[in-house]
Design a protein around this ligand. Structure first.
Ligand SMILES: [Zn+2]
Length: 242
């Protein structure tokens, strides 16, 4: 948990940043832009914030270069949809964005990352990049349709959070799987580490069901996407009707 005083201070200091016109760099599926804050009371802060953004990029880019194509291929297989091929996804980097510090808006989607967030560092920054890109119009509709039609097939309504937990577990499991392929085998997925996401009320049963029936499909133990989702939906129903 971040101390509330720090969080409040960030909100007080933060003002909408100036959107950059040109990317500072591209890597994998992404083009990175730095939101330069030129507001008056930020003048003193900007050099330090800019340095923090540059440092964040310097750490993130090699991770994308090394693992990005593996994770992206896993997402495309999972969702049955392609990430944009010739057009990199815009990523706006700022020191602080909103309370989540990682979110996606618009169509075409723009990913927003607040680089100061302790939960978005290192390999978790990598996972969250692929979590956020999953929210784009190129993949999210395919995923939500899969969830809706699977629940419909058993005459149930999909719980509101279900599809979002699918994104958490898919990006997390593919990151873990791609790291394992290069010998990093102690990675715990973001939702298992931060905010108690995998174990909080309303999420726990969805996470457990997806982990049991959807995650094996993600790592190639089966090739039937629809069957894997149906298995997860049935497992979820069993967990909540016990
Ligand atoms: Zn999300």
């Amino acid at each position: 948990m971040r101390p509330i005083s720090i969080l409040l201070a960030c909100f007080i200091l933060y003002e909408p940043a100036t959107a950059a016109l040109q990317p500072v760099t591209t890597a994998g599926n992404f083009a990175f832009y730095i939101d330069e804050d030129v507001s008056l009371h930020h003048r003193n802060w900007w050099p330090a914030h800019h340095a923090a953004i540059e440092k964040y990029l310097a750490e993130l880019l090699p991770l994308i270069d090394q693992h990005g194509s593996c994770i992206a291929a896993g997402l495309e297989r999972a969702y049955g949809a392609s990430l944009p091929e010739n057009q990199p996804v815009r990523v706006d980097l700022a020191y602080v964005t909103n309370w989540t510090n990682a979110y996606t808006t618009g169509n075409p989607a723009v990913v927003h990352i607040g680089v100061s967030d302790p939960s978005l560092q290192g390999l978790y920054g990598l996972e969250l990049m692929y979590h956020e890109v999953s929210h784009g119009s190129w993949t999210e509709p395919a995923l939500t349709k899969l969830v809706e039609r699977t629940f419909l097939s058993i005459k149930q309504e999909a719980p509101r959070r279900f599809w979002h937990v699918v994104i958490f577990i898919t990006a997390g499991t593919m990151t873990r799987q791609c790291l394992k392929k290069v010998g990093i085998d102690n990675y715990q997925r973001y939702a298992e580490v931060y905010g108690g996401l995998a174990s909080r009320d309303g999420w726990r049963e969805i996470w457990q069901a997806l982990d049991k029936k959807w995650a094996p499909f993600l790592v190639g133990e089966s090739n039937d996407r629809d069957a894997a989702m149906l298995g997860a939906v049935n497992a979820y129903r069993e967990l909540v009707t016990r």
